[in-house]
Ligand binder design. Structure first.
Ligand code: GDP
Ligand code: IMO
Ligand code: MG
Length: 422
């Protein structure tokens, strides 16, 4: 299995949670390295649905170690609720979940500022998940953030919270919003801090010792390549590095310890929130929403849908160094007569075979499509490669070839067992 970085090759929600769950069978440790509870990773096991936001999706495999790394922004109250929810479903969390002491905290003023800034942007809003992610990473970069290590030190937390709340309440007042009560925030966070204390450790040392022992580590990316703060469709992005490099900085495991990068992509494209999506298409959105699919796992918002965009996924291969692909949601295309795949963008007289840097230019790009015949057969029961219709196999091979790396996993349903390994 070796040390594997798993990244989303599109705009998030590629099915990373499901693929992580499958690959965890071969891993010893699963690590989240960026993002926060803006992520929603769905796993179905024996008909039971689990949605993970901060806890790595590997937690559903008994005996595996799960780590929330230093690069993650942690809402402690949200994390406690998530842990409680998992325990209620019979998932063991104590003793196998570890939380980095240097991960930054998401505080209530981050969430409030996220909402206020979005409202102020009006039609130019990003469409964030309103989980306070941008303001929390903003504080981290401005060196005004609070960290897990501060939360578990009662005296220091109280002092720092008092300071930060004073400033942030002034900002909230300027927005015309209600200031936050120190007493309430302090009580909620102290309770969460007490509850989380047993999970907190130096995860850099933990992971370093694990690599020395020869443990296999799976790095669970959140969001997707085009939501990356540097490589995405800025400003319609999240505030962390969602691409492969983020796995190193967000965990403290150095680049030369990484063995391979797996890209996860849907057999079509989705995006939730604002920003350009060149292959967006009403027909495919109606089809998928009509099937009750493609609603956000975190916010419940309907996801925008489009044809597979091979320009984007090829770009993702370049930025992440993707060695192999896992393609999910093949079954979403089962009923179509003809399937389109974007192979280039046209912009006036220019033609792009990579994703242009300027979101405004990308929004003006017109996809150049290749057409593939649909297989018009249900694929959800396929167990092996040869169970898939020939046209479905041809489609999968073609989109991976266009994306620049071989196919290793094909997923034909949300369940663990609906997975074909090549
Ligand atoms: P993530 O954020 O990348 O983990 O993806 P999400 O969980 O937000 O969204 C992916 C959705 O697709 C979830 O509802 C999954 O249960 C579902 N899913 C994943 N793979 C497949 C598949 O092959 N077929 C179907 N029908 N659903 C899938
Ligand atoms: P997973 O890990 C899809 C999107 C939001 C918004 C933008 C910024 O489940 O793939 P943020 O709250 O991060 O400031 O929002 O990023 N976004 C996601 N879209 N999947 C996600 O995570 C996302 N996390 C954030 O919709 O457009
Ligand atoms: Mg998701």
């Amino acid at each position: 299995m070796a040390n594997t970085i798993l990244v989303g090759a599109q705009w998030g929600d590629e099915g990373k949670g499901k693929i992580i769950d499958v690959l965890t069978e071969e891993a010893d440790i699963v690590v989240r390295t960026q993002g926060g509870n803006n992520a929603g990773h769905t796993v179905f096991i024996a008909g039971q649905k689990y949605v993970l936001h901060l806890v790595p999706s590997g937690i559903l495999r008994p005996g595996k170690t799960c780590v929330i790394g230093n690069g993650v922004v942690v809402d402690p109250v949200g994390l406690v609720a998530e842990i409680d929810g998992l325990q209620k479903l019979g998932v063991k969390v104590d003793g196998n979940l570890f939380l980095s002491e240097t991960a930054h905290l998401v505080l209530p003023y981050h969430r409030e500022l996220d909402a206020q800034r979005e409202a102020l942007k009006g039609k130019n809003k990003i469409g964030t998940t309103k989980r306070g992610i941008g303001p929390a990473y903003g504080d981290k970069a401005a060196r005004t953030g609070l960290r897990v290590i501060d939360l578990v030190n009662a005296e220091r937390f109280e002092e720092l919270l008092r300071q930060r709340l004073r400033e942030n309440n002034e900002v909230l007042k300027a927005f015309g919003a209600k200031p936050l009560s120190f007493k309430k925030v302090h009580a909620d966070y102290r309770a969460a801090g007490d509850r989380l204390r047993p999970f907190v450790t130096n995860t850099v040392v933990l992971l370093h010792e694990a690599t020395r022992r020869g443990d296999d580590i799976l790095f669970e990316g959140a969001q997707g390549t085009f939501l990356d703060i540097d490589h995405g469709t800025y400003p319609f992005v999240t505030s962390s590095n969602t691409t492969a490099g983020g796995a190193c900085t967000g965990s403290g495991v150095p680049p030369h310890r990484m063995d391979r990068v797996v890209g996860v992509m849907k057999a079509y494209t989705t995006r939730v929130g604002e920003g350009p999506l060149p292959t967006e298409n009403a027909e495919i959105a109606d089809l998928l929403h009509g099937l009750g699919r493609e609603f956000g796992a975190t916010t419940g918002r309907p996801r925008r849908c489009g044809w597979f965009d091979a320009v984007a996924t090829r770009h993702a291969t370049m930025v992440n160094g993707i060695d192999a692909f896992a393609v999910t949601n093949l079954d979403g295309l089962d009923t179509l007569e003809t399937i389109k795949v974007c192979v280039a963008y046209r912009h006036g007289r220019d033609k792009f075979d990579y994703v242009p840097s300027d979101a405004a230019t990308l929004a003006e790009c017109k996809p150049v499509y290749a057409e593939f015949p649909g297989w018009r057969t249900p694929t959800t029961g396929a167990q092996r490669w040869k169970d898939l219709p020939v046209k479905a196999r041809q489609y999968l091979k073609a989109i991976c070839e266009l994306s620049g790396a071989p196919l290793r996993v094909a997923s034909v349903g949300p369940g663990r067992e609906q997975t074909i390994m090549l």
